[in-house]
Design a protein around this ligand. Sequence first.
Ligand SMILES: [Zn+2]
Ligand SMILES: [Zn+2]
Length: 349
Amino acid sequence: MPAPSPASFVFRCFKGIERCADRVTGAAGPVLVTLAVGLLSLGAFCFFNVIEPTLPFRILMTPICILIAVNMFAHYYFACTVSPGFTQGPVAAGARGTPQGDMMPTETGWFWAPRRRLPREWDSRPELTPARVTMCRRCGGRKPERAHHCRVCNRCVMKYDHHCPVRINQCVGVFNERHFVLFMGYLVLATWSFVIAGYDYAWEAAGYSRVWPHTAPAVTFILSYILSLAIGLAVSIMFVWALWGVAVGETSVESQDFEYYRRVAKERGETFINAYHLGRRRNLELFFNIGEQGVYAWWTLLLPVRAVPYTDGHAWARLRGENIGIGFRPGDEVLTDDDQDEHEHDIES
Ligand SMILES: [Zn+2]
Ligand SMILES: [Zn+2]
């Protein structure tokens, strides 16, 4: 066996760190979620205690503020609790999911978005073609196209986007991605409202005024204000990034893969086509399941309610004639998360 090259040594180190980080984030998840709920509540309390009573046009502004806050908490709750769409049952006792994997949720209960009333002749549902299915080399389960294996959950997730340990302590997948994006959207609205409307109060609280007649202590208010500013900035970037991904029909994983495909195609003087990119507006409408082909009206985006995606992950809307799913040429090597393993294997053997 030849001595490992410096590159492979560095690669192996990174892999080790990555695995370690996975374990740590898996364990720290519940703590981080508790912290997030605490901070969101603290921010909401400061806002409604200090800022809200002096808002102009209160009769109009107060309901809007309440709607933003309720949406933020509700979509956070749904993003954390709705199963992302595992392709098979739980591996550990007490883990989330049904034994056969997750199926399209049934819309029973009052917290579901109302479906649009559709004309009887309505037949403009998006045209779906079944997903290619491969086997996951990590968990041995069935892996439909767009699903990826999550190392933290140790299962495959339909339309896997990423595992989010910091905010929701689970994967973002086909069934909870709408809530995850809406949560970010409402969090951005809430933090910027706080930052803009609370500007004068932040100076007052910092000691430039001796009078602070509010229940929320001045120091708590300043802390929430600074956090709002920091979180508002960070999440705004993430939110725009996520919406852009939706608009161009790519998940986080795919945006990396497709970049590779684009390079390969370009080297051959060809152009890579993402088969899920049906136009920006159409992609956004499909994602939120609204618009002409959606089952919900656009205003359901303003409600703190649950909604189903347009597909359960076993079939996808795609460009005609691009049946290989990722717009890649037949016979081309398909890049999946397994390839990392392969690569790792090559280096270690
Ligand atoms: Zn897997
Ligand atoms: Zn995961």
